[in-house]
Write a protein that binds this ligand. Sequence first.
Ligand SMILES: C[S@@+](CC[C@H](N)C(=O)[O-])C[C@H]1O[C@@H](n2cnc3c(N)ncnc32)[C@H](O)[C@@H]1O
Length: 210
Amino acid sequence: MTEQAYSENDPYWGKIAGRYDRYMRRVKYYNAMVGRIAEEVGTAERVLDVATGTGLVALELAARSHMVEAVDLSPQMIGQASEKASHLNLDNVRFSVQSAYDLKFPDGSFDAIVVCNALHVMQRADLALAELKRVLKPGCLLIAPTYCHGQTLVAHIASRLMTLTGFRAYRRFTYTSYILLIKRSGFRVEKLDVWPGAIPLAYVTARLEG
Ligand SMILES: C[S@@+](CC[C@H](N)C(=O)[O-])C[C@H]1O[C@@H](n2cnc3c(N)ncnc32)[C@H](O)[C@@H]1O
């Protein structure tokens, strides 16, 4: 892993790893979003979940029999996820500590990639997207729902207030700036659904030209 990736490991995620699931299950849209991701992954065999956190998405996909690799920069998050996988007796999901900027997978390894609720907390979302492009098979799907902290004044204020808890959105996307980033990273955007709220969600599915 690169020095840059290590230095970016935000201690916030390690501190909240033990209570992350309880918190997320109460966040608006979160459960619906996980269900929708599982539907869209469809019949893809080998799936990568990037910035998996405690594996909420990855474990749902594994329960539906996909072969899942799931990575996160925080060892504490990966610890929680691995513990849940062993309790559930799932052997088709593998969790590892990796940076989205420097993935340890060969080119074209995956039939679908999920990066859920994460690009806005990365300082270099562009580097992450370049890596996702490299490891995704041509013609395959990127599923990338992201909260847009810059979309409205209310979202912007809420985002600033959240910094008091230690949370930091490095990118305060609007729908437009987010779509632009995905397109500039070499993906064809197939769908943008916007889910309104105090911090609105941009649910994006995009395809790598094949
Ligand atoms: C808001 S959580 C999302 C977790 C999960 N995807 C979900 O939807 O529940 C953001 C996660 O991104 C991870 N993360 C931040 N920067 C990263 C990077 N460069 N590479 C891999 N993971 C990263 C954090 O450690 C954290 O677990």
